[in-house]
Design a protein around this ligand. Structure first.
Ligand code: BG6
Length: 487
């Protein structure tokens, strides 16, 4: 049980959406049952679906049974959680429909209020405006914005400005759920609590860094959304950029929110802006065609119903350069794609080779040290080191071995990213959320590439579902005399 129980009202706008059922409710169920939420706290679902309280609770129960992972569903725990559940029917654009929510919230006007906007960004401004006009925004209110916040810097400004009319920047929590993943937070722990890495973490010792977020799933039921955004906006501008920041940033002077975010934003501002010729050489965009995954045939991106043509990329590979002292000359290779051969998200820090080898190693290569941080499918961190193979061979035989760094720290319940992030919102700790200047800097850099693609500076390539992307991605890194970890 936690020592401090928070008393608050959490309203989830779009509370019958996929994210709410898949991630938010399971996270709140865990937090509630672990004692982080006071039992008088309320979880208010604001939805357009007309239904009674009992019907809503039955639906939440059904979805929890479907989406709760490790601990599973327990009737007793649900009875406790159910007491916190409320539902209000709202048409986001119709002020008068907010009456039920207004009455509910006004029962406890002094309470901390969390407004989780799990809706399309088009509604962000309207919801904030209505809540404010109805007197439901107080200094104790927070608002949580799900990505995508816009399609580019300009549209991101429009949305953020609308929200900023009613909430102060300090009340805004822009979620990037990758920052809530335990292993992602461990990047900071590893880097800044171990002297060992300190002298090695720069261009003198690191040859290059690879960040891959590969998914075997396709766009599932989200074609409409995805087709408008594509892999660059859906994954790279946010998740991969945040991973890159944590790997590349300078040590913050403390763990407080602004110190950490100040360092991340410096990285984003140091990203080298791509020229047209960089876009040709250092970027790849591609879309999957039909193929097979694990022996099962998979349709192509354009093979679904109602789909004719689309140039939306489902795969991106990039070489990114950071223009600062620490990373001068160290390329960051980024890759993300849907319908790839397997789910695999990892960050690989490739150290430089030893200056001179005294080992013949039976003609075998002495491989460079690597730090491999795997986020998915199973979280792990290991250091790849060369070791002697035991035995009496005349010439010493060496092989790489994996030194696992997080084995002793396995825990019974590993919180999901949303559990961590929701708890931080409840505790009003914005460290793991994106400040506006971070979002701006990431868009500014990404916009140049997206604009170049819009102008067709490079063609959209194709890759078969179930592969590791187009050959152009292999060439992108091979041009520098390197290869992707899985090749
Ligand atoms: C979301 C993207 O932000 O992240 C999805 O919109 C993607 O397209 C998902 O599938 C991946 O998240 P995770 O945690 O499963 O890697």
């Amino acid at each position: 049980m936690s020592e401090l129980k928070s008393l608050c009202d959490i309203t989830i706008f779009g509370g019958h959406g996929d994210l709410a059922f898949r991630k938010l409710m399971p996270a709140l169920y865990h937090l509630s049952n672990a004692g982080y939420l006071d039992e008088k706290s309320r979880i208010i679902t604001a939805t357009r679906d007309s239904m009674s309280h009992e019907e809503h609770c039955d639906l939440v129960k059904l979805k929890l049974k479907e989406f709760l992972s490790d601990d599973g569903f327990e009737e007793e725990k649900f009875s406790y959680f159910k007491k916190q559940l409320h539902v209000v029917i709202i048409e986001f654009n119709a002020d008068e429909s907010y009456k039920g929510l207004q009455d509910l919230l006004n029962e406890y006007p002094q309470r901390e209020r969390i407004n989780y906007l799990s809706t399309a960004p088009d509604f962000f401004g309207t919801i904030c405006k209505t809540m404010s006009h109805l007197g439901l925004v107080s200094p104790q209110s927070r608002v949580v914005l799900e990505k995508p916040i816009g399609r580019n810097l300009q549209s991101s400004h429009v949305i953020n400005d609308e929200v900023l009319n009613y909430f102060d920047e300090s009340q805004i929590y822009r979620i990037d759920h990758y920052l809530g993943k335990d292993t992602v937070q461990n990047i900071m722990a590893l880097r800044f609590s171990n002297r060992f890495f300190m002298p090695l973490w720069d261009a003198n010792h690191i040859d290059h860094i690879q960040i891959t977020v590969a998914e075997s799933v396709g766009v599932e039921g989200r074609w409409g959304y995805y087709n408008e955004y594509g892999a660059m906006r859906d994954m790279v501008q946010n998740h991969l950029m945040q991973l890159l920041c944590l790997v590349a940033m300078e040590p913050p002077c403390s763990l407080d929110a602004d110190s950490v975010r100040d360092e991340k934003v410096k990285v984003l501002r140091s990203l080298r802006t791509m020229t047209h010729s960089d876009i040709k050489e250092k970027t790849v965009r591609a879309q999957y065609s039909k193929g097979s995954i694990d022996g099962i045939p998979v349709p192509g991106y354009l093979d679904g119903d109602n789909v004719n043509t689309s140039t939306t990329e489902t795969f991106v590979a990039l070489r990114v350069d950071i223009d600062n002292w620490r990373w001068n000359g160290v390329p960051f290779y980024l890759r993300s794609g849907k319908r790839m051969s397997r789910q695999n998200s990892e960050i690989i820090i490739h150290f430089k080779s030893i200056p001179h080898s005294i080992f013949v190693n039976q003609g075998k290569f002495i491989s460079e040290n690597k730090l491999v941080i795997t986020l998915q499918p199973n979280e792990s961190i290991y250091l790849e080191l060369m070791n002697k193979v035991p035995g009496l061979s005349e010439q010493m035989l060496l092989k790489p071995v994996e030194l696992e760094l997080n084995t002793p720290l396995k825990v019974a319940h590993k919180p999901d990213a949303y559990e961590r992030l929701l708890l931080d919102i409840i505790r009003a700790n914005p460290t793991l959320f994106m400040r506006l200047d971070e979002v701006d800097a990431a868009w500014k850099w990404a916009d140049v590439i997206l604009d170049g693609w819009e102008e067709d500076i490079i063609p959209l390539k194709s890759y078969s579902a179930g592969t590791d992307g187009p050959s152009a991605a292999v060439q992108l890194i091979a041009r520098d005399g390197r290869s992707w970890q899985d090749e």
